[in-house]
Design a protein around this ligand. Structure first.
Ligand SMILES: *[C@@H]1O[C@H](CO)[C@@H](O)[C@H](O)[C@H]1NC(C)=O
Ligand SMILES: *[C@@H]1O[C@H](CO)[C@@H](O)[C@H](O)[C@H]1NC(C)=O
Ligand SMILES: *[C@@H]1O[C@H](CO)[C@@H](O)[C@H](O)[C@H]1NC(C)=O
Ligand SMILES: *[C@@H]1O[C@H](CO)[C@@H](O)[C@H](O)[C@H]1NC(C)=O
Ligand SMILES: *[C@@H]1O[C@H](CO)[C@@H](O)[C@H](O)[C@H]1NC(C)=O
Ligand SMILES: *[C@@H]1O[C@H](CO)[C@@H](O)[C@H](O)[C@H]1NC(C)=O
Ligand SMILES: *[C@@H]1O[C@H](CO)[C@@H](O)[C@H](O)[C@H]1NC(C)=O
Ligand SMILES: *[C@@H]1O[C@H](CO)[C@@H](O)[C@H](O)[C@H]1NC(C)=O
Ligand SMILES: CC(=O)N[C@H]1CO[C@H](CO)[C@@H](O)[C@@H]1O
Length: 769
C-alpha cells in the first residue's frame, strides 16, 4: 500500500514537473525557408506582421505580451526567433511553411578551448605584385565579437570611396560613433540578444550595446582577413614584422553577435541575413556549435544562413572547431560552407629551461621572464608539496587549492597535465598566486601551441624531458633551475603541421563529403588586438598594452582563407563562391617546408580528415586551370539525398523540385572538389563517381589524369584525358573505385589533372568494409 502511494506520489510529481516545464519559455528559432525567389531583390522584406500573426495563432491570448519577435529574418530567408514554451514550439514545427523549429543554441568562439592558447604570424606571402589590376571593391562581413576601430589595421588612408552598392549601416552605440567607421571599416552592427528572461525586449534594448569589441577576437580576425599593412607590428617585440590582411584593400563590415558568454545562434542568423542584404561578398565566421551538439543541418543557424548566402552568391567561410585531435569533431560541415582547419606556421617560440646540473631543455612558451642563466632557483615537483589532506594526484597537476603555498614561494614548480579539465592558464594562475618563481609544465599534447604566460616565467616540455627533470630532482638534495626569456625561432621547420587542437573529420552528419576542406595558419597568429590587460602580469612591467596580439585557434585560420578568397575575387571578379573554393582546394599543398608530406603534431603523415586537401596557396589559386562548380542544384540534390522532404526543400529553394531518389550514397556524386565515400564494400562491384570540371585556363588545353591510390584500392578514371577547346569549356569524367583487395577502414589518395602548367589536385577518402 505504502509502495503504491509512493508510486502515485512520484507520478504526480512527474506530471507536475512537466506541467511546470511547459510553462517555461525560452528562445527558439523558427526557420521558414527562402523569403522569395532568388532573382528577387533582398530588399523585398517580409513584414513583421506576417510572423507576428503566426505567433498569435499559437500563444494564448491572455499572454499576448509574449507575442513579440526577438529577431525577424526577412531579407534572404524567412523566419524569426521568439520566447516559446516547448508545446508552442512543437505546435509551430508542424505548421505549414515552417521548415524547422529549434532552441536558440549558444555557439562558441573558435579561438581556443579556453583563453588558453596564445600565438603568432602571417603564413601568407603578400600577393602585392598583383595588386595593381585588382578591384578594391570586395566587402567582407565578419560575424564575431565586434571591432576596436582605433586599431592601425583599420585605417583608411589611400583607400577609395565606399562602394556604391554598399547598403549597410554604421550603428552608434556605447563608446562607438558613426565617425568610427571609415572607408576601410564601412559597416558595424550589433544586436541585443541576451533575452534570457524573455519578458521585456525594450528593457534589453536599453542595455549598453555597441559594435565595439571588448574581447579582442573580432578585432584579431578582422585584421587577419582584411587589415591594412602595418609595418613594425609585434607583440612586445615578438613576432616582429608587417601585419596585414589577405587583401588590404578589402572593406570590412563588423557584425557583433558574441559576448564573453558565447554567441546566440538566433543572432548569428540575423547577422547573416543583414550581411546578405547589406551587400557583402564574403562572410567569415570563426564560431561554431560544440561538436557534441550537432544534430541536423536545419537546427544549425550557420548552416541555414550559409545556404541562403550561397544561393545569392555570397561566400561563407567558417572555422572547423578546436575539438581535435579526436575524430568526428569537425563542425560547420555543410557542403555550401568552406570549412577551415588550423596549422602552425614557420615560426615558433621557445623558452629554454636550465637545470642546476648544467643540462638545458628547449621548451615552448611565450614569456617575458626577467630570469637569467646566472641565477638558479629551487626546483620542486608539485607531487612533493601537496597541501594537507590533498591527494598528490591533484598536487602533481597543480590544481587550485592542491599545493602548500609555503613550499611554493620562490621556487620553480614542475606540474604535469594528466587531466585536460584544468587549463594551462589556471595552473599558471595558481602558481603565480602562490608566488612561485616559475612553472615547468610537462604536457605532450599541447606543446605545438605556445602558451602566453605574460611576465611569468613558463616553459612547456614533453614527457621524455619531463622524466629526465624528475630524475634530476630525485638525484640531488637541492635541485635548482631557471627559465630563460622566450626567443622566437624564425624559418621553423617543419611547417605547416596540423595543430593538435584543430577539429578532425570525418563529419558526424555525413561522411560522403570530405571535411574539413582546407588548412590555413592558425597557430601563433599576430594580428590586431584590443589593447587592454585582462589579468595581472599579462603586460610586461613598464610597457603599454600591445596593439597586436598572438592568438591560436581555427578562429585564426578561417580569416586567412576569407582573405585568400577576397584576393582571388579581387582578380577574378566574376567567379562564384564555389569556383573560388575549388581554386583554393585544388591548388592546396600537402608538402611542408622540408619538401616532405605534411605531418600532424605527433609526427605522423597527416591525412585529409586532419588537414582537408592541404594548406592553402593563394598565389597558385589565382590560376587553377580547372575548377569544380558546385551550384545551387548540387546543394538541392544534397538536401534530397540527405533525406529532407520535398516540402522542406521546396521551401528552402523556392523551386518546384521533386527529389529523384533518396540515398545518402548519392551525396558523393554532387560536384564537390574532393571525393568522399562513406562505405565501399569489398564484395561490391565498382562504385562510380561523376565530376564535371570547367576550364578557366587557356583554350585548347589537354589534361591527363594521374592517380595516387593506396595498395589494393583500384581507382580508374574514364576518360583519363580531357581535351578542352574554344567551344568545349566543361567536361565530365567518371572515377571508379574497386576495393576487393583494399585494406579495411579509410583509404586516402588523390587524382591530379595535369596539362604541363597546372596541377589540379583532388583528394579522395574511401571507407572500405
Ligand atoms: C519594459 O521595460 C520598460 C522600460 O524599463 C518599461 O517602461 C515597460 O513597462 C516594460 N514592459 C513590460 C511589459 O514589462
Ligand atoms: C619598431 O618598434 C619598436 C618597438 O616595438 C621601436 O623601438 C622601433 O623604433 C620601431 N621601429 C620603427 C622603424 O618604427
Ligand atoms: C597523428 O596521426 C597518427 C596516425 O594517424 C595518430 O595515431 C595520432 O593520434 C595523430 N596525432 C594527433 C595529435 O593527431
Ligand atoms: C623580476 O621582476 C619581478 C617583478 O618586477 C621582481 O619582483 C623580481 O625581483 C625580478 N626578478 C629578478 C631575478 O630580477
Ligand atoms: C573532467 O571532465 C570530464 C567531463 O567533463 C569529467 O567526466 C571528469 O570527471 C573531469 N575530471 C576531473 C578530474 O574533474
Ligand atoms: C623519484 O622518487 C620517487 C620516490 O622515491 C619515485 O616514486 C619516482 O618514481 C622517482 N622518479 C623518477 C623519475 O625517477
Ligand atoms: C510542380 O511539379 C509537379 C510535379 O513535377 C507538378 O505536378 C506541378 O504542377 C508543379 N507545380 C508548379 C507550380 O510548377
Ligand atoms: C584553338 O584551336 C583551334 C583549332 O585548332 C584554333 O583555331 C584556335 O586558334 C586555338 N585557340 C587558341 C587560343 O589557341
Ligand atoms: C621574447 C621576449 O620578449 N622576451 C623578453 C623576455 O623578457 C626579457 C626581460 O624582460 C626581455 O629582455 C625579452 O625581450
Amino acid at each position: 500500500m505504502e509502495f503504491l502511494l509512493q508510486l502515485f506520489f512520484l507520478a504526480s510529481l512527474l506530471i507536475c514537473n512537466t506541467a511546470i516545464a511547459d510553462q517555461i519559455t525560452k528562445p527558439y528559432v523558427v526557420y521558414m525557408g527562402n523569403s522569395s525567389p532568388n532573382n528577387i531583390n533582398v530588399d523585398d522584406q517580409i513584414p513583421e506582421s506576417v510572423h507576428l500573426e503566426l505567433l498569435s495563432s499559437i500563444i494564448p491570448s491572455e499572454e499576448s505580451e509574449r507575442i513579440a519577435l526577438i529577431h525577424h529574418y526577412s531579407h534572404a530567408f524567412s523566419g524569426f526567433s521568439a520566447m516559446l514554451t516547448h508545446t508552442e514550439a512543437s505546435a509551430l514545427s508542424g505548421h505549414d511553411g515552417v521548415v524547422s523549429v529549434f532552441p536558440d543554441p549558444i555557439l562558441q568562439l573558435h579561438t581556443t578551448r579556453s583563453w588558453d592558447f596564445l600565438d603568432s604570424d602571417l603564413g601568407m606571402k603578400p600577393p602585392s605584385t598583383t595588386q595593381s589590376h585588382s578591384s578594391t571593391d570586395i566587402i567582407i562581413g565578419l560575424i564575431d565579437t565586434g571591432i576596436w576601430p582605433e586599431s592601425p589595421s583599420f585605417r583608411d588612408e589611400g583607400i577609395g570611396k565606399v562602394p556604391s552598392r554598399w547598403k549597410g549601416v554604421c550603428m552608434e552605440g556605447h563608446d562607438f560613433k558613426k565617425s568610427d567607421c571609415n572607408r576601410k571599416l564601412i559597416g558595424a552592427r550589433y544586436y541585443n540578444t541576451q533575452d534570457t528572461s524573455g519578458n521585456n525586449k525594450t528593457h534589453i534594448e536599453g542595455a549598453k550595446g555597441s559594435p565595439r569589441d571588448s574581447i579582442g577576437h573580432g578585432t584579431h580576425t578582422s585584421s587577419t582577413a582584411a587589415g591594412v599593412i602595418v609595418k613594425n607590428a609585434s607583440y612586445y617585440g615578438l613576432a616582429k614584422g608587417t601585419a596585414r590582411g589577405g587583401s588590404p584593400s578589402t572593406r570590412i563590415a563588423a557584425y557583433k553577435t558574441c559576448s564573453e558568454e558565447g554567441c546566440s545562434g538566433s543572432t548569428i542568423l540575423k547577422a547573416i541575413d543583414d550581411a546578405i542584404k547589406d551587400g557583402v561578398d564574403i562572410i567569415s565566421i570563426s564560431i561554431g556549435l560544440s561538436s557534441l551538439m550537432q544534430s541536423d543541418y536545419l537546427n544549425d543557424p550557420i548552416a541555414i544562413g550559409a545556404f541562403h548566402a550561397e544561393q545569392r552568391g555570397v561566400m561563407v567561410v567558417c572555422s572547423a572547431g578546436n575539438d581535435g585531435p579526436d575524430p568526428y569533431t569537425v563542425v560547420n560541415t555543410a557542403p555550401w560552407i568552406f570549412t577551415v582547419a588550423a596549422s602552425n606556421i614557420d615560426r615558433n617560440f621557445q623558452s629554454t629551461l636550465v637545470l642546476g646540473n648544467g643540462k638545458s631543455f628547449i621548451g615552448a612558451g611565450i614569456n617575458f621572464s626577467n630570469l637569467t642563466s646566472s641565477t638558479m632557483f629551487p626546483l620542486v615537483f608539485g607531487d612533493e608539496i601537496a597541501a594537507k589532506f590533498t591527494p598528490t594526484s591533484e598536487a602533481r597537476n597543480c590544481y587550485p587549492g592542491s599545493l602548500d603555498y609555503n613550499k611554493v614561494a620562490g621556487k620553480i614548480v614542475v606540474c604535469v597535465n594528466d587531466d585536460p579539465n584544468i587549463s594551462r592558464r589556471i595552473k599558471k594562475l595558481v602558481l603565480q598566486d602562490a608566488r612561485a618563481m616559475g612553472m615547468i609544465l610537462v604536457d605532450e599534447n599541447n606543446r605545438d601551441v605556445s602558451f602566453d604566460a605574460g611576465a611569468f616565467p613558463f616553459t612547456e616540455i614533453g614527457n621524455l624531458e619531463g622524466h629526465q627533470i624528475l630524475q634530476y630532482i630525485n638525484s640531488t638534495k637541492n635541485p635548482t633551475a631557471t627559465i630563460l626569456p622566450t626567443i622566437e625561432v624564425p624559418r621553423y621547420r617543419p611547417a605547416p603541421i596540423v595543430a593538435s587542437f584543430s577539429s578532425r573529420g570525418p563529419s558526424s552528419l555525413t561522411e560522403n563529403i570530405l571535411k574539413p576542406d582546407v588548412m590555413a595558419p592558425g597557430v601563433s597568429i599576430l594580428a590586431a588586438m584590443v589593447p587592454k590587460s585582462d589579468e595581472p602580469g599579462s603586460v610586461p612591467i613598464g610597457k603599454k598594452p600591445s596593439l597586436f596580439g598572438i592568438k591560436s585557434g581555427t578562429s585564426m585560420a578561417c580569416p586567412h582563407v576569407s582573405g585568400a578568397a577576397e584576393f582571388i575575387k579581387s582578380v577574378h571578379g566574376r567567379w562564384t563562391p564555389s569556383m573560388i573554393k575549388s581554386a583554393l582546394m585544388t591548388t592546396a599543398t600537402t608538402y611542408n617546408n622540408l619538401k616532405k608530406p605534411v605531418t600532424n603534431s605527433s609526427n605522423y603523415i597527416s591525412n585529409p580528415h586532419e588537414m582537408g586537401v592541404g594548406e592553402i596557396n593563394p598565389l597558385k589559386a589565382l590560376n587553377p586551370g580547372l575548377v569544380f562548380e558546385t551550384n545551387v542544384e548540387d546543394y538541392i540534390k544534397f538536401l534530397c539525398y540527405y533525406g529532407y522532404s520535398n516540402k522542406i526543400i521546396r521551401s528552402m529553394s523556392k523551386t518546384n523540385v521533386t527529389c529523384p531518389k533518396t540515398s545518402q550514397d548519392l551525396i558523393s556524386n554532387i560536384n564537390y572538389p574532393s571525393i568522399s565515400i562513406e562505405t565501399l564494400k569489398r564484395n561490391q562491384k565498382v562504385k562510380v563517381i561523376t565530376r564535371t570540371v570547367t576550364n578557366v585556363g587557356t583554350f585548347n588545353a589537354t589534361y591527363v589524369a594521374k592517380v595516387h591510390a593506396p595498395e589494393g584500392l583500384v581507382v580508374k578514371v574514364i576518360p583519363n584525358k580531357l581535351v578542352f577547346s574554344e567551344r568545349v569549356q566543361r567536361l565530365t569524367y567518371k572515377v571508379s573505385f574497386y576495393a576487393k583487395e583494399a585494406h579495411g577502414g579509410y583509404n586516402f589518395g588523390s587524382l591530379t589533372w595535369l596539362d604541363g602548367r597546372h596541377y589540379v589536385h583532388t583528394v579522395f577518402a574511401v571507407k572500405v568494409e
